[in-house]
Write a protein of this length. Structure first.
Length: 152
């Protein structure tokens, strides 16, 4: 199981993703460019003391990510997903992809996804924070695939 973040806009959310990935033992792919200045020093600051626990992989572009990522399905979390989270079935080698906080992902990225999953929300609610959605879906995916880290 992997997490991937497409061109993130908000540095604090990147920090939350790094912490989530570190705590769950899940590799994290960051697909650039980001909507904020990003370098190792800034990433370390956003990640706090979780940076060294994280398996962080940076990609210069969508093309580079598609070329370099390990095999497995690409599962896009999107408000326009055809499958609701409670009906989704996950596989151990899935990559859970989340889009930009401000705009999601472009049509070409949407088209590349093998599965499009939405988190069902109460009527009138637009969307969750991207890091919260990631945590919810990752939790369910790890539960289904027996992928949670061993208890410490």
């Amino acid at each position: 199981m992997r997490l991937a973040l497409y061109e993130p806009d908000i540095p604090q959310n990147l920090g939350a993703f790094i912490r989530l990935a570190a705590c769950m033992g899940t590799p994290l792919d960051v697909i650039e460019p980001c909507g904020f200045p990003v370098d190792d020093k800034r990433i370390r600051r956003a990640a706090m003391d979780y940076y060294d626990l994280a398996q962080l992989h940076r990609h210069d572009s969508w093309v580079a990510f598609r070329r370099d990522r390990p095999p497995g399905r690409l599962v896009l979390l999107t408000t326009s997903g055809a499958i609701s989270l409670p009906q989704a079935s996950f596989e151990p080698d899935d990559t859970l992809l989340l889009g930009r906080e401000s705009a999601g992902v472009p049509a070409e990225v949407h088209a590349d996804a093998d599965l499009r999953v939405r988190v069902p929300l109460q009527k009138g609610a637009r969307s969750l924070n991207v890091a919260l959605a990631a945590a919810m879906v990752l939790s369910e995916a790890l539960r289904q695939t027996s992928g949670f880290p061993a208890a410490t």
